[in-house]
Design a protein around this ligand. Structure first.
Ligand code: B1M
Length: 210
């Protein structure tokens, strides 16, 4: 019988091989995929808190997120077959004109780790594409990343386009090195996070996830 505490520890340690092996074993043993996913989600919660406490840094968080991503890939077909779908969906991308994707991808991975389905649009994404993807996926959250002072101005267009598209209660969360809470508020964004761990907390808050 797979010990989920060991799986949790493997994700926390970023031990991809062990995380994938234990997830396969758990699937083969017929464990409820939700229980397996919950264990990994809890591990990413620990990672987020350790990052916020300054105990670990971006590389460690990235390594854990990758371990979770690979193990989740093993779990995904079982979750789909069991009819388990995340309750929340987010689209995320780096703003038009901007090719930086490391921070954005990390935020996407951390959101997945928190149980949010993520549609990653990549880099150089215009307001129209954010809106189309949010509409097509039924997303409740749009995440926009910018690393350049010259491109962050495009975030205002995304907020405006999401509001104008009549998508319902879709929240826009922004972040990236030059972005500040004041800037986010000035363009009417619903939230701002300075790092990927906080992006999980802010997403949970704006989506009212308990
Ligand atoms: Co670029 N670059 N770069 N670059 N680059 C910076 C950003 C820069 C600060 C370097 C410098 O001059 N000191 C500077 C920007 C200056 C400014 O505008 N203020 C800069 C520049 C000028 C440029 C070019 C214009 C250089 C040139 O060609 N003359 C050019 C632009 C290309 C373009 O985008 N159109 C360019 C190109 C590149 C590379 C392609 C070489 C490469 C990108 C590779 C890639 O992403 N695949 C690159 C890199 C690597 C950097 C630095 C060195 C590192 C960025 C990074 O990945 N950090 C960067 C300097 C630096 O930051 N030290 C720099 C690690 C990452 C985990 O952090 O992305 O900040 P970060 O994400 C964090 C938070 O910001 C936050 O959470 C993440 C994790 O905690 N966050 C969010 C990010 N998105 C979020 C979204 C959220 C919430 C939180 O909600 C949705």
């Amino acid at each position: 019988m797979v010990d989920l505490e060991v799986l949790k520890a493997a994700v926390e340690a970023g031990d991809r091989a062990t995380a994938v092996r234990l997830t396969r074993e758990a699937v083969d043993e017929g464990l409820d995929p939700r229980t397996v996913l919950d264990a990994m989600t809890a591990a990413m919660g620990v990672i987020g808190r350790r990052f916020q406490a300054g105990e670990i840094f971006v590389p460690e968080m990235l390594i854990s997120a990758r371990a979770m991503k690979e193990a989740t890939a093993v779990l995904e077909p079982v979750l789909v077959a069991a009819g388990v779908r995340p309750e929340h969906t987010a689209v995320i991308g780096t703003i038009r004109g901007d090719l930086h994707d490391i921070g954005k991808s990390l935020v996407g991975m951390m959101w997945k780790g928190a149980g949010i389905e993520v549609v990653d649009l990549g880099t150089n994404v215009g307001a129209d594409r954010f809106v189309e993807a949010a509409r097509a996926s039924g997303a409740q959250l749009v995440g926009v990343s910018a690393l350049l002072t010259t491109t962050m101005v495009g975030m205002r267009d995304v907020v405006a386009a999401v509001r104008a598209a009549g998508l319902g209660d879709v929240k826009v969360l922004v972040g990236g090195a030059p972005v500040t809470a004041e800037y986010a508020a000035s363009i009417g964004a619903d939230g701002y996070a300075p790092d990927a761990a906080t992006a999980v907390d802010v997403a949970r808050a704006v989506l009212r996830i308990a």
